[in-house]
Design a protein around this ligand. Structure first.
Ligand code: SF4
Ligand code: SF4
Length: 447
């Protein structure tokens, strides 16, 4: 495992490096990953590709290269999509390298300048609002009302949004048409059959529960049909990805402890996640042990219980759903599923069980759509370039529906579809299985 130091306290002299030198040396500079890197494909600059970035990190670590604004820019532009990890024949763990680098860089900045302040957007929007499903739900009420009264169109037409700070303009643009309100999930939902085949936990996430609760209800219905009792501990917290990726490892660790306790009390064998980004973070809670060795057993055990819903339903070998759904579907691989969790075939296998559904492939299926957590809010130009590149490939296939297993990708694609005035639904694989089980048509699904 990558470690920044045996003592990660940035105020001590021992805290010298950014990333373990040993781990940086695993890259043999073969360049086989370069063509799988979205930012390299867009800029053609070696420093915007994985090999160049590893070279930069190593140079900085060995104090041969200064961490100038220009060097930092090449590293900041990385989406942490980990497509390069899948492509690398030498097993370089690029995700751990860049995440450790960013964490230690953040801690060094704080150590050198204790008054260093994070931006209001990072603090109040990304880390306070987006990490709290209750707060998100409350703040979305006025938005629901505006959309219901169609005032959002008036706001768009007046151009008043342009008066907002740029990140808020982006947020406005990313906001999807919200589905009708559905009540929060209860703490326990029983399987349709008794005795139940399995007792499983469900992780809610924050943006997922605030904006895509219908996905959670669809997940529960499919699990009930598959003979599972579903436990939804209300004491669970955000996965901590937003904090971890912005260098706030102490907060991420605290959230991890809350989740471990909540699901331990629930007494479940596995914990299911229907959002690829959260699933990748939860499966990698073991990385947090470098910040608190005393939590190692709990973190590793919890990480071992996490399953993506596609992975779990595939292992369970669920019955093919009954209702035909004759649609042409493009399945969009979420990087945090395909690269971070190595889950590629399972969602496709599940979708193939739906009678009448045709899955069509797209070029560059391994390349990121530009969503990448909060990347589409903080790096709008590159995010738009990648999003439009992805959407062009998708639209060439003339799909009736786009399928994605990550709410971040869904938001990104929905925003770009809206910009092009196209009405193609973007749905999770589980929502299509649920629709088939309930014998819904595509038209009913669009509502
Ligand atoms: S994580 Fe993605 S964007 Fe970053 S270097 Fe690897 S392939 Fe490129
Ligand atoms: S990360 Fe892997 S594929 Fe890329 S240059 Fe290094 S060794 Fe080669």
């Amino acid at each position: 495992m990558t470690s920044t130091s045996s003592n990660p306290d940035p105020t001590t002299p021992q805290f010298a490096g950014y990333v373990s030198h040993e781990d940086l040396l695993t890259c043999i500079h073969c360049g086989l990953c370069t063509s799988s890197c979205p930012t390299y494909l867009e800029t053609g600059n070696e420093n915007d590709g994985p090999r160049g970035r590893i070279h930069l990190m190593r140079g900085i670590e060995e104090q041969r290269i200064e961490l100038t604004e220009k060097a930092r820019r090449h590293l900041d532009l990385c989406l942490d999509c980990r497509s390069c990890e899948t492509a690398c024949p030498s097993g370089v763990q690029y995700g751990q390298l860049i995440e450790s680098f960013r964490n230690s860089d953040h801690q060094k900045q704080l150590a050198n300048d204790p008054d260093h302040k994070e931006s209001w957007f990072d603090k109040y929007i990304l880390r306070d609002l987006f990490t709290n499903r209750h707060r998100l739900e409350r703040i979305l009420w006025p938005t629901r009302l505006m959309q219901w009264l169609k005032l959002d169109r008036v706001i768009d037409a007046t151009g008043i949004v342009k008066l907002l700070p740029t990140p808020l303009q982006r947020m406005h643009r990313m906001l999807p048409k919200l589905k009708p309100y559905e009540s929060p999930l209860p703490e326990r939902i029983d399987a349709h059959e008794r005795p139940a085949r399995r007792k499983v936990g469900l992780f809610l996430g924050c943006v997922a529960d605030g904006m895509f609760r219908s996905l959670h209800w669809a997940t529960v219905r499919v699990l009930q049909e598959a003979g599972c009792d579903v436990i939804v501990p209300h004491a669970q917290s955000c996965c901590g990805a937003m904090d971890y990726h912005s260098g706030h490892t102490d907060v991420a660790l605290q959230r991890a402890r809350t989740n471990i306790e909540a699901f331990k009390t629930a007494g479940v064998e596995v914990i299911l996640v229907n959002v690829a980004g959260c699933g990748a973070m939860l499966k990698e809670y073991g990385h947090l042990t470098q910040y608190s060795a005393g939590d190692a057993d709990d973190l590793n055990q919890f990480a071992g219980q996490i399953r993506d819903i596609n992975e779990f339903l595939s292992e369970l070998n669920i019955e093919p759903p009954g209702g035909p759904l004759p649609v042409r579907a493009v399945y969009q691989d979420a990087c945090h599923l395909r690269h971070a969790q190595q889950i590629e075939s399972q969602p496709r296998e599940l979708l193939r069980k739906i009678p009448g559904l045709e899955i069509v492939s797209i070029p560059e299926a391994n390349i990121c759509c530009g969503a990448a957590g909060s990347y589409n809010l903080v790096e709008p130009d590159m995010s738009d370039r990648l999003g439009n590149r992805k959407l062009d490939h998708i639209l060439e296939q003339n799909p009736d529906v786009i399928v994605s297993a990550n709410v971040g990708c869904s938001l990104q694609l929905q925003a770009l579809l809206k910009q092009r005035k196209l009405k193609i639904p973007v749905l999770h694989p589980v929502e299509l299985i649920d629709a088939s089980q309930r014998k819904l048509s595509l038209e009913e699904l669009k509502q």
